[in-house]
Ligand binder design. Sequence first.
Ligand SMILES: Cc1cc2nc3c(=O)[nH]c(=O)nc-3n(C[C@H](O)[C@H](O)[C@H](O)COP(=O)(O)OP(=O)(O)OC[C@H]3O[C@@H](n4cnc5c(N)ncnc54)[C@H](O)[C@@H]3O)c2cc1C
Length: 415
Amino acid sequence: MALEQPVVSQVTANRTDYDYDLMIVGGGIVGTLLACALKDSNLSIALIEAETHSQAVAKAQAYSITLLSSQILQGLGVWDTLRPQIETYNTVRLSDAAHPSVVQFLPTDIGTQTLGYVAEHRVLLATLQAYLDGCSNVHHLCPAKVVQTKFQTDGAILDVAMADQNQSLRTRLVIAADGSRSPLRQQAKIRTYGWKYWQACVVATFQLETPHNNTAYEWFWEGGPSGILPLPNNRCRIVWTVPKAEAETMLALSEGEFTERFTRRYGAHFSRPTLEGDRYAFPVQLLHSSRYVCSRLALIGDAAHCCHPLGGQGINMGIRDAAALAQVLQTACDRGEDIASLKVLKRYERWRQWENLMILSVTDLLNRAFSTQLLPVVFLRRVALHMLQTIQPFKSLTFRLMSGLIGRTPHLAQR
Ligand SMILES: Cc1cc2nc3c(=O)[nH]c(=O)nc-3n(C[C@H](O)[C@H](O)[C@H](O)COP(=O)(O)OP(=O)(O)OC[C@H]3O[C@@H](n4cnc5c(N)ncnc54)[C@H](O)[C@@H]3O)c2cc1C
C-alpha cells in the first residue's frame, strides 16, 4: 500500500506528561465525528486512521440518516454543507413479501417535515474531515496505524506506525472507534456477545428513469429483508439480504442478469433501472460488547456493536455514541473531573448500552420473525403489521423509536 504523506507529521512531544488528553483510534465516520464534537473542549486530541484520506473516503456505502442523527449533524455545524449533497425520504413503505397490505409512514405520523435522509459515505466522511481543519485542538494522523497499546494506571502508551516514522504517544484516554474487529477491544479483553447471521447483504446502485419520489422501501422476504433507499440524482441503493450462498450467486450474475432479477422483483416501483458502479456483498452479524468502557478506554460505533442492516440503524447508533461520549467528556472537563476515570466513562456506558441493546434486539426479532414461513409466526406478524397501519399511537411510537427520537437526546442535537 502506497502511503501518502502523513497529514500531521509534527507531533508535540512532551508538551506535558501526556502527548494528548485523548487519542481516538479509527477515523471512520464515528471516530471523526467524535473529534469534531470535541472542537470546543480544550482537550488535545489525536485522531488516528490507518487508511489514507482517499482510501477512507472512497467506500461505496450509503447510510440512512435518522432524524436524531441529522439534528446531531446540524448541532455540529456541518448540515449546510451536507444538505445539498444528500437525499430526503418522505415516505417509508413496509411490505411483508408480496402480501398486498403495506404499512406506510408519512411525516404527519410523527409531526415532522420529513422522515429521514440518505447520505453516501464519501459525502459524510469528506464533510467531517473538512470540518476537522477548523479544529485546532485535533491532530489528524493519517495514514497512521496503532500497532500496540500499553495501558497504565494513569494513561496509555500507543505505538503508532506512520509513513516515515514510528512514535510512542502517551495519552490519558483511548477511544476505540476501530470498527467491528476492534483490535483495541480484543486487547482489553472485553467480551462480546452475538452471532453471525446465515445471511449476507448484496448492495447495488441503480440510476432510474422514473422519479424515486423520495420513498424508502423495506420488503421482508423469506431469505431476508431488502431495503431500497433514494439517492440524489434520481438513483436508488438496494441492500438486498439473502442467504450467503445466494449472495455469491447474485454477485456472479452479469450486469444484465442482475438488473433483470431486480426488475422482476421491484420493476413495478422502479422502471428501467440501469446498474451504476460495482456491486458488493458484506456479511451480517449481531455483536454487542459486554462493556463499553474500562479504565482509560471507551468503545464507540462498530467497535461496541454491530447490528443487522434492517432499518439502517448501524451508523446512527455510532453517531449517537459519539455525541453522547462528547457530552460526557465535556461535562467532566467543566467539572474538573478526570475524563479517563471509570466513574466518568461509566456515565457514557449507562447512557448508550441499553439504548443500543434495544435496537439490536428489535432488528434481530424483526429479521427472524419475517424470515420464516411458520404459519403461527406469519399470522402474528400480519396482525402486527395491521396494528401498525391502523393504530396511530403504535405507528408513531415505532417510527420515533427507529428515528432515535425515543431515549435521551444529546445536547448537540438540541442546539
Ligand atoms: C463492506 C461493508 C458495507 C457496509 N455497507 C453498509 C451500508 O450500505 N449501509 C449501512 O448503514 N451500513 C453499512 N455497513 C456498516 C457501516 O459501514 C458501519 O456501521 C459503520 O461504518 C461503522 O462506523 P465506525 O466508524 O464505527 O467503524 P468503521 O467504519 O469500520 O471505521 C473504523 C476505522 O478504524 C480504522 N482502524 C482500525 N484499526 C486501526 C488501527 N489499529 N489504527 C488506526 N486506524 C484503525 C479503520 O481503517 C477504519 O477506517 C457496511 C459495513 C461493511 C463492512
